[in-house]
Design a binder for this molecule. Sequence first.
Ligand SMILES: Nc1ncnc2c1ncn2[C@@H]1O[C@H](COP(=O)(O)OP(=O)(O)O)[C@@H](O)[C@H]1O
Ligand SMILES: [Mg+2]
Length: 173
Amino acid sequence: MPAGSDSVKVAVRVRPFNQREKNAGSKCIISMNGKTTVITNPVNGDTKSFSYDHSYWSHSDFTEDGEGIYHPATPEGHYADQKTVFNDLGKGVLDNAWQGYNAALFAYGQTGSGKSYSMIGYGANKGIVPITCEELFKVIDGNEDKEKQLQILQFEKEGEQEASETWENMAAA
Ligand SMILES: Nc1ncnc2c1ncn2[C@@H]1O[C@H](COP(=O)(O)OP(=O)(O)O)[C@@H](O)[C@H]1O
Ligand SMILES: [Mg+2]
């Protein structure tokens, strides 16, 4: 890895409530304080804190612009938009790739927790992968030497059974 950078970065992101959670009158028990994710026990108010490289608040305090892109509601607002996540996480992966290092980005969480939103994005709110590709091709376009070889691999696993079959197939290939 290039000097001065970490080989592994871990970030947590909290998404807005979905309709089911709103209908259930859910209370958000997560808060972000800088790099720290704080979980509050709704019964007794006890808190537990966990520190990561980034703790992203994307639960509320955002507005939608004319193109359907979500931004912080106020300029100094704490809402973490797609661009912020890309700048913190995707950019480093891209910089490493330019230097010839292989890089992997891994999203973990239960179904509906926001993995696809962060990685790929929905509609105008592009995620890390499409922004990374745009940046890649911007640089390649501005390059004299246009011959570049690029390989991006994406796979998604869902459920233990399917995952072990995938690994078996990969091992057999
Ligand atoms: N940071 C976010 N801001 C706004 N909406 C989000 C965010 N993360 C997830 N969502 C919404 O929540 C829903 C589930 O997210 P999704 O990325 O599809 O989950 P997963 O891929 O983990 O199953 C989608 O409708 C998505 O648009
Ligand atoms: Mg998904």
